[in-house]
Design a protein around this ligand. Structure first.
Ligand code: PEP
Length: 259
């Protein structure tokens, strides 16, 4: 299988529609038309149409939603279903981001249901796992990330034809300026990959890219992308600036050449 590098941006609750359009005005001309990494952005839901309209035709930039509900429709005020996101033009859904887990009390059970809903609707889930600082200090990294992964393995196992992405995002590195070292990332990604192999077999495990996320910036992106088992990055803060995100995409292109 040829090497994949995925550069994904999570805009969180930033870049309303007009700013989403301006983002692409700055970002698109900085990209090489072909041959780079796979690009993906997660705008807030209300900016989805603006991002879909403003994204360049080449290179392709996929657009996803930051959250979905597992039910298709019904009395769930404020929620958006996977079917609706797909129908509106999204191709991906972020699931299990640590801000959802921590601020909105989403547990592994909800994450599992959302992954099943995304796959059922034809969306590609980007499933996030990661430990808190307290858990890292207590040497519980493996236990925590494997527990989070195990909650979605059943679904991934019964949908072998469906694409999915994983992200290892240590919570202590998100939005803090603290970055895991490439060795930390490689270690955690290795643990996740081994479990994927054990549960799903070599071919399926190899088909699931594992991204690193946590204070990725233009200056540290390449070294992280060159770490073993790192197939891309999920970028928060630095994905809001077209110049910074384009430089991270450029690091992705360099990593592809060096692998
Ligand atoms: C994120 O939101 O997934 C993230 C990794 O944020 P930041 O890059 O700002 O740490």
């Amino acid at each position: 299988m040829s090497r994949r590098i995925v550069i994904a941006g999570n805009w969180k609750m930033n870049l309303p529609p007009q700013e989403a359009r301006s983002f692409f005005q700055g970002f698109s001309p900085r990209l090489p038309p072909v041959g780079g990494p796979e690009l993906l952005v997660f705008p807030p839901s209300l900016s989805l149409f603006a991002a879909l309209e403003a994204r360049p035709a080449r290179p392709p930039v996929a657009v996803g939603v930051q959250n979905i509900h597992w039910e298709a429709r019904g009395a769930f005020t404020g929620e958006v279903s996977a079917d609706m996101a797909r129908d509106a033009g999204a191709s991906h859904a972020l699931v299990g981001h640590s801000e959802r887990r921590q601020l909105f009390q989403e547990g592994n059970d909800e994450v599992g249901r959302k992954v099943a809903a995304a796959l059922g609707a034809g969306l590609i889930p980007l499933i996030c796992v990661g430990e808190t600082l307290q858990e890292r200090r207590a040497q519980r990294v493996e236990e925590i990330i494997l527990g989070q992964l195990d909650a979605v393995l059943g679904t991934l196992g019964t949908t072998p034809e469906r694409e999915a992405l994983l992200a290892y995002e240590p919570v202590w590195a998100i939005g803090t300026g603290e970055t895991a070292t490439p060795e930390d990332a490689a270690q955690a990604h290795g643990v996740l990959r081994a479990r994927l192999r054990e549960a799903l077999g070599d071919a399926r495990a190899a088909s699931l890219p594992i991204l690193y996320g946590g204070s990725v910036k233009p200056d540290n992106a390449l070294e992280l992308l060159l770490a073993p088992e790192v197939d891309g990055v999920l970028v928060g803060g630095a994905s809001l600036d077209p110049g910074s995100f384009a430089r991270i995409a450029e690091a992705g292109a360099q990593a592809l050449l060096r692998h």
